[in-house]
Design a binder for this molecule. Structure first.
Ligand code: F6R
Length: 617
């Protein structure tokens, strides 16, 4: 939450900061601001409530003086509502010092009381301004040494934070710090960048450095210095960004979400590419983990939101192919219930951003208690993979729309690869069964493309037709259950209507009371291939709700004639079989949610109250 960008170099910084913020706006979009040290060495600052476009318009009307050192921020409010005053940057030291922040400073009230007692005054309700005022005090206490003052300041802060600061007496210097919140460095020629993630600077450089926990960075045009909070220099890991700026552009699509749904086939294809050898899974990143896989007695998957539904789908594959018992837990519930963990437990975290605070805390907790940790992540250089023993990257490419789509199918794909690999390592899966599963997985991208080519328009039409619907229910069974949950979440998230996902078998235990004439219900029909029993049970469920007046929209594999008599609408997906159906069945649900939100005239990429990367607990 909150996007942060910093720049030092020879070029005017305003445009660089604004285009960096545009790429980070998915992280928060309730206010935005920049601070720039101009050529005369004066700090100029502008911040406005509302989306970045409000700030841009303001700067177009009354530009700041040009300067080549600057910081920028796009906010997702925590302390204090989304007002001009609470927007970042926050100034101190008579307007000479500017600070931006992502995270929550948990001891801000005590610090504020201390500063107020010393005569300080505050203009905003934010915890960030407390850090700014504290930094100004330390600046004078440390003989106007910005870096020393910054170190002294961050040592006093508790909680999670990425902080950037500049002072007009130090043009050409931006200092930053991170604790449990993201910050990466971009290395240019005679210029350097800081960003919440690489999107902030990828149009200028793909050379990046990942900063570790509790580290401080100082960037100047000439170089980068990274230290710990006490000032001791530390080594940092370089990495190359594998995608270019064009990958994070809309490229003619009506929304990022539309583009990202269209990329679902590629997300699966790129996640499996280079990970098969002789019909068997071979994941180079997992070299060295086989002894762990051979010795585990249990797998716990931790994640939040859509990523947790990917985990629920993955559970079926992990148990089926590796025969290791699997629990899937919401990261925030797992972390605070004193779970039983030891070295025979593998904790698999799933996170598109790699920065979700709840998931990060769960991983750290598991590690501290001796469990092996493995992360499935879509973002290079992110914190969660860095805190884990091993990582399997999903190669979905940058996901910008707040609602996760292509990352979801990539996460399931990575879990399937992992399940096949662990199954082979433990001798639970035959080479023949593994080869068969590999072949089926390789066929998935083409099948998703078939849905996009053949069912997208009809699904979008259905969504437009249902634009006034007030409530939609989703039913699924077995691997279809998490898909029902995902369908409901996506609809709530971007179209703001009531939606619930249920296990079809649970229907008679309560939810069926919700059915009244005309109630739309999506039913994910299990594959008729190899699972006739499950399939027939869901067909019975359909009849039960239809008898009570529900309007039934089924998602069924092609050729599944048994459901046709009982469905008001059928959205077809190619034949897939039970294991692979979720990767297909979710696609019409993504299209439907997007179509309905568009029909309501809503911003599908930036739904209200949300942010892409949830970096506070
Ligand atoms: C829903 C959605 C969220 C995320 C969740 C975890 O569309 O995007 O539910 O899935 O916040 O985010 P990551 O995967 O970044 O940890």
């Amino acid at each position: 939450m909150c996007g942060i960008v910093g720049y030092v170099g020879p070029r005017p910084s305003e445009g660089i900061l604004l285009s960096g913020l545009a790429r980070l706006e998915y992280r928060g979009y309730d206010s935005a601001g920049i601070a720039v040290i101009d050529a005369d060495g004066t700090l100029g600052m502008r911040k406005r409530a509302g989306k970045l476009s409000v700030l841009r318009d303001d700067l177009d009307r009354a530009p700041l003086a040009d300067g080549t050192t600057g910081i920028g921020h796009t906010r997702w409010a925590t302390h204090g509502g989304p007002t001009d005053q609470n927007a970042h940057p926050h100034l101190a030291d008579g307007g000479k010092l500017a600070v931006i922040h992502n995270g929550i400073i948990e001891n801000f009230a005590a610090l504020k009381a201390e500063l107020v007692a010393g005569g300080a005054e505050f203009l905003s309700e934010t915890d960030t301004e407390v850090a700014a005022v504290l930094l100004a005090r330390e600046y004078h206490a440390h003989g106007d040494d910005l870096e020393a003052a910054f170190r002294a300041t961050v040592r006093r802060l508790e909680g999670a934070f990425t902080l950037l600061a500049l002072h007009e007496e130090h043009p050409g210097l931006v200092v930053g710090a991170r604790r449990n919140s993201p910050l990466v460095i971009g290395l240019g020629e005679g210029e350097n960048f800081l960003g919440s993630d690489v999107a902030a600077f990828v149009e200028h450089t793909r050379h990046a450095l990942a900063i570790g926990q509790d580290q401080i960075v100082a960037i100047t045009p000439e170089g980068v210095r990274v230290t710990d909070f006490d000032g001791a220099e530390v080594g940092v890991e370089p990495f190359e960004v594998t995608w270019d700026a064009a990958a994070a552009e809309k490229g003619g699509w009506s929304s990022f979400m539309a583009k990202e749904v269209s990329e679902e086939p590629d997300a699966v294809a790129n996640t499996i590419r280079g990970r098969f050898h002789d019909d068997a899974v071979a994941i180079p990143e997992l070299e060295g983990m086989d002894a762990v896989f051979a010795g585990i007695h249990r797998i716990i998957v931790v994640a939040c939101g859509t990523a947790s539904y990917a985990g629920q789908v993955g559970k079926y594959a992990l148990e089926q192919w590796s025969r290791v018992p699997v629990d899937v837990e919401l990261a925030h519930e797992f972390r605070y219930r004193d779970p039983v963990l030891d070295s025979s437990t593998l904790v698999v975290s799933i996170s598109q951003s790699g920065e979700t605070m709840d998931t990060l805390m769960a991983v750290k907790y598991a590690r501290e208690r001796g469990a092996a940790t493995l992360s499935i992540c879509n973002t290079q250089g992110a914190t969660i993979p860095r805190e884990s023993d091993a990582v399997v990257y999903t190669h979905a490419g940058p996901e910008v729309a707040v609602a996760s789509t292509k990352a979801f199918v990539a996460q399931i794909t990575a879990l399937y690869l992992l399940a096949l690999h662990i199954g082979r390592v433990r001798g639970a899966l035959s080479a023949q069964d593994s080869a068969r599963a590999v072949a089926e997985l390789e066929a998935v991208p083409g099948k998703i493309q078939w849905i996009l080519d053949n069912e997208q328009e009809r699904t979008a039409h259905l969504a437009r037709w249902m634009a006034d619907t007030r409530s939609v229910l989703f039913l699924g069974r077995h691997v279809g259950f998490p898909i029902a949950l995902e369908g409901a979440l996506k609809l709530k998230e971007i179209s703001y209507i009531h939606a619930e996902g249920f296990a079809a078998g649970e229907l008679k235990h309560g939810p069926i009371a919700l059915i009244e004439p005309g109630q739309p219900v999506f039913v994910i029909v299990p594959s008729p291939v190899h699972s006739a029993m499950l399939h027939d049970k869901v067909v019975s469920n359909i009849q039960e709700i239809r008898a009570r007046g529900a309007r039934v929209i089924v998602i069924a594999e092609e050729g599944d004639a048994a459901v046709l008599p009982f469905a008001d609408e059928v959205l077809h997906i190619p034949l897939a079989g039970p294991a692979f159906e979720p990767l297909l069945a979710v696609v019409p649900l993504h299209i439907f949610a997007m179509g309905l939100a568009e029909a309501k005239g809503l911003d599908v990429d930036q739904p209200r109250n949300l942010a892409k990367s949830v970096t506070v607990e």
